[in-house]
Design a protein around this ligand. Structure first.
Ligand SMILES: Nc1ncnc2c1ncn2[C@@H]1O[C@H](COP(=O)(O)OP(=O)(O)OP(=O)(O)O)[C@@H](O)[C@H]1O
Length: 246
């Protein structure tokens, strides 16, 4: 059940690069438990917006509030500890380590942060394999991550995010590079994740968006063009003109 207090709020959030307003006065509110998609044409500001939320990019002005705390100036690693995990378009797996070792690093970080001392290797294996199972990569646990297909590396990143047991999981174009059958599995995976965490998803594949999102935000030129449920967004004339090619 989504609670009434939003987990995440942005107020008048702005980020400029030189003269370009990549994110421009965005007011946004995400209730806990929601799976929310951000769509919009290339260069609309989607990645910059989620980068402001997870702390990879600092705002020019405005604020980000997570679980009632203003995190606008909090460094990215502290936001991870606060419960915000993310995967980005460019994979950031450790290419020389095995798939398992990649998730084990994330598990270790969480358990140490939780002050769970005396972390046993058995607990590490259990938690790590659990995350790999969820994304369907358990059979590839021993494979060197850099040798996995691009799509599998993306899934491994999702597993690393899941291993952090986040309250908010941000996924930036997670289905890019996945085959049709992998996309089907991915939809089930995100549904499952959505039972436990709030999900913010940047996605170009509209079938994935419509299958998963409870609400959708459409961005254009750094601004919010429209927001609503899937049916509402599909029917919105401005959205159709700007994005859906209708
Ligand atoms: N570090 C940066 N320096 C300069 N300009 C940037 C930087 N990051 C983003 N931009 C510019 O800001 C605008 C928004 O980019 P952003 O990547 O946020 O868009 P997007 O909606 O995620 O696009 P895509 O769907 O192609 O990923 C673009 O014009 C981009 O060129």
């Amino acid at each position: 059940m989504a609670s009434l207090t939003p987990l995440l709020i942005t107020r008048d959030l702005c980020r400029s690069f030189g003269g370009l307003r990549a994110v421009d006065q965005v007011d946004f509110s995400l209730p806990e438990g929601e799976t929310h998609a951000i769509i919009g044409p290339n260069g609309a500001g989607k990645t910059t917006f989620v980068s402001l939320i997870c702390g990879r990019v600092a705002p020019t002005s405005g604020s980000v509030v997570f679980d009632g705390t203003d995190i606008s100036r909090m460094p990215a690693h502290k936001r991870v500890r606060a419960g915000i995990a993310y995967t980005f378009q460019i994979t950031s797996v450790f290419a020389n380590l095995s798939a398992f070792d990649n998730v084990a690093l994330a598990v270790q970080r969480r358990l140490i942060d939780d002050h769970e001392r005396g972390l046993t290797s058995r607990a590490l294996v259990e938690h790590g394999m659990d995350a790999l199972h969820k994304v369907g990569l358990a059979a590839l646990a021993d494979k060197v991550a850099g040798n996995l297909s691009y799509g599998h590396q993306r899934l491994l990143e999702v597993a690393m995010g899941l291993a952090l047991k986040p309250r908010l999981l941000i996924l930036d174009e997670p289905t890019q590079g996945l085959s049709d059958s992998e996309i089907e599995n991915f939809i089930s995976l995100v549904r499952q994740i959505g039972e436990e965490a709030t999900v913010l998803l940047i996605e170009h594949n509209m079938d994935v968006v419509m299958a998963l999102a409870q609400r959708i935000t459409v961005m254009e030129q750094g601004r919010v063009l429209a927001q609503g449920g899937p049916a509402e967004i599909r029917a919105n004339p401005a959205v159709q003109q700007a994005y859906l090619g209708g």
